[in-house]
Design a binder for this molecule. Structure first.
Ligand SMILES: C[S@@+](CC[C@H](N)C(=O)[O-])C[C@H]1O[C@@H](n2cnc3c(N)ncnc32)[C@H](O)[C@@H]1O
Length: 272
């Protein structure tokens, strides 16, 4: 298969990637047939997957606007993905043109595409790093050169922790990041879960099976397990809830939303 100009040298385009599958669910164009095929397979079990992703992106934008409203002007977005539209720097800098955003992803396509999108923006960077190695993130010169970690930061862990298996100890990784942040910092987080919408066993197992087959397991966690990622932080109202229920900006009854949008949880915690 021909490698398009946007795809960096050396990536394996015969294997699906979760960031390119996510790009496909959101209607982006930075994906290959292998990604689309895996995404379509997952959607056979869970046709509402794109709805879940849209609810996730909408939550992220509301949470970023909330953070700016609370006086936060620095953002660390880990597992930032392939930029589609309404990215953290666009939302944050629309509300506060001085807002600084450091993106982190371990996927080479996400990193290359972010570099292209951020060219000419002195207040945003992308670093290639792994959430499982938080020390490297906190010491990364591109990040420490932009963000002042002695001042409050909004740390985004949006739709990324469900790709980290318990064996890789995501709780310790997140604890290390939480501890490194200054008082007044926020953690903005979403995570996939079987709780919320009533998924049949077939839908749930089928979807998880697609991700297992591409060797990027999707780890569903309970609301309680997800809440533990905020340990020591105070939850901002309304707490850890399904994504459309977190501070909706337009009055809308839940019945107007697609039921799939209520799968998974999102929340914001504040360091006292
Ligand atoms: C579903 S996308 C979410 C993108 C964005 N945060 C959003 O919610 O719109 C998950 C992203 O996390 C990245 N990711 C997965 N595991 C990671 C890890 N261990 N370290 C850094 N990034 C990771 C993937 O490459 C992918 O781009």
């Amino acid at each position: 298969m021909e490698r398009p100009a946007w795809a960096p040298q050396g990536i394996d385009i015969s294997v699906p990637s979760v960031s390119r599958m996510y790009d496909f669910y959101l209607g982006g164009s930075h994906n290959f047939e292998v990604d689309r095929e895996a995404a379509r397979k997952a959607m056979e079990f869970l046709p509402g997957l794109p709805k879940i992703m849209q609810a996730n992106r909408a939550f992220m934008r509301r949470a970023v606007r909330y953070a700016v409203g609370e006086g936060i002007d620095q953002f660390l977005d880990i597992g930032s993905g392939i930029p589609t539209f309404g990215n953290v720097h666009e939302v944050a800098q629309a509300a506060d043109p001085r807002a600084k955003v450091a993106y982190v992803d371990h996927d080479p396509v996400a990193v290359a595409h972010s570099q292209a999108v951020l060219e000419g923006n002195d207040l945003a960077v992308i670093a290639a790093a792994d959430l499982r190695r938080p020390k490297e993130i906190l010491a990364n010169p591109a990040i420490t050169g932009l963000l002042d970690l002695d001042r409050p930061v909004a740390l985004l862990l949006v739709a990324v922790l469900h790709f980290i298996e318990d064996a890789d100890d995501p709780r310790s990784a997140v604890a290390e990041l939480r501890e490194a942040l200054a008082p007044g910092s926020l953690v903005i987080l979403t995570h996939a879960s079987y709780e919320g919408i009533p998924l049949s066993k077939e839908e749930a197992d089928g979807t998880v099976g697609v991700y297992r087959n591409i060797r990027n397991p999707l780890i569903m966690r309970t609301r309680e397990e997800i809440g533990a990622f905020f340990e020591g932080y105070e939850m901002v109202e309304p707490g850890l809830v399904s994504m459309p229920e977190w501070r909706p900006e337009t009055p809308q009854s839940p019945e107007q939303e697609d039921p799939y949008a209520f799968s998974g949880f999102g929340g914001v915690g504040r360091k006292a």
